[in-house]
Design a protein around this ligand. Structure first.
Ligand code: ZN
Length: 204
């Protein structure tokens, strides 16, 4: 068990409470259909998209999930406060094998954040298979974070991964804020946010 992480007892609780079910080839976590995807799939997918300069495809899909997952959690589990949302978020990220999630910094109105993932298995697997990455690789997590943060802030936010274990950093770090607040002139931002609509997920 990690510092912020899920205890194995939590999995037992989810199983007993029927929140994690395995039935007739289907897996549901908190009422949502999920699958186990091996790391080899993840990194082959990232490499393929990188070669096409299209990693944002992964980000856009995951951002939608980050938002809609939280909307469903609110309805089903009444996760209203950011604290509740982050507690559940950390459990789900741990359970799904994405790593240990931590909110590192936030501004007052929760529209600018720094979130981290420690022990990203995907980044570690990428590093092992392909060597040091030139650019961050955790586009799926980046998308989940952008969607979840947009949900908390009630305004459309985007995420840029600025540190990544696949690049040799000791953890992955994500800057989350309004799209127009990023400096699109920098190559990192340009790569990660190109073709992203500014208000595509606006809630109000
Ligand atoms: Zn990363």
């Amino acid at each position: 068990m990690g510092v912020f992480g899920i205890e194995y007892g939590e999995i037992a609780k989810l199983l007993i409470g029927g929140q994690l079910t395995f039935k007739e080839g289907k897996i549901e976590l908190l009422g949502e259909g999920v699958t186990f995807v091996p790391l080899t799939d993840h990194i082959a997918e990232i490499k393929y998209y990188e070669n096409m300069n299209a990693e944002n495809g992964i980000y856009i899909g995951a951002k939608y999930t980050g938002l809609t997952w939280n909307e469903k959690m609110l309805t089903k589990y009444k996760t209203k406060t950011p604290r509740e949302i982050f507690e559940w978020g950390n459990k789900v990220m741990n359970l799904a094998g994405y790593g240990e999630f931590k909110v590192y910094k936030e501004n007052k109105d929760r529209t600018e954040w720094i979130w981290r993932i420690y022990n990203s298995q995907i980044a570690e697997a990428y590093l092992k298979k392909y060597g040091k990455a030139k650019w961050p690789v955790c586009h799926r997590v980046r998308g989940y974070f952008a969607g979840a943060a947009s949900f908390v802030a009630r305004v459309d936010l985007d995420a840029v991964e600025v540190k990544c274990k696949a690049k040799g950093d000791s953890y992955c770090e994500f800057v989350i804020k309004k799209n127009k607040k990023f400096n699109i002139a920098t190559t990192l931002v340009k790569k990660q946010l190109k073709d992203i609509g500014q208000e595509s997920y606006a809630r109000e």
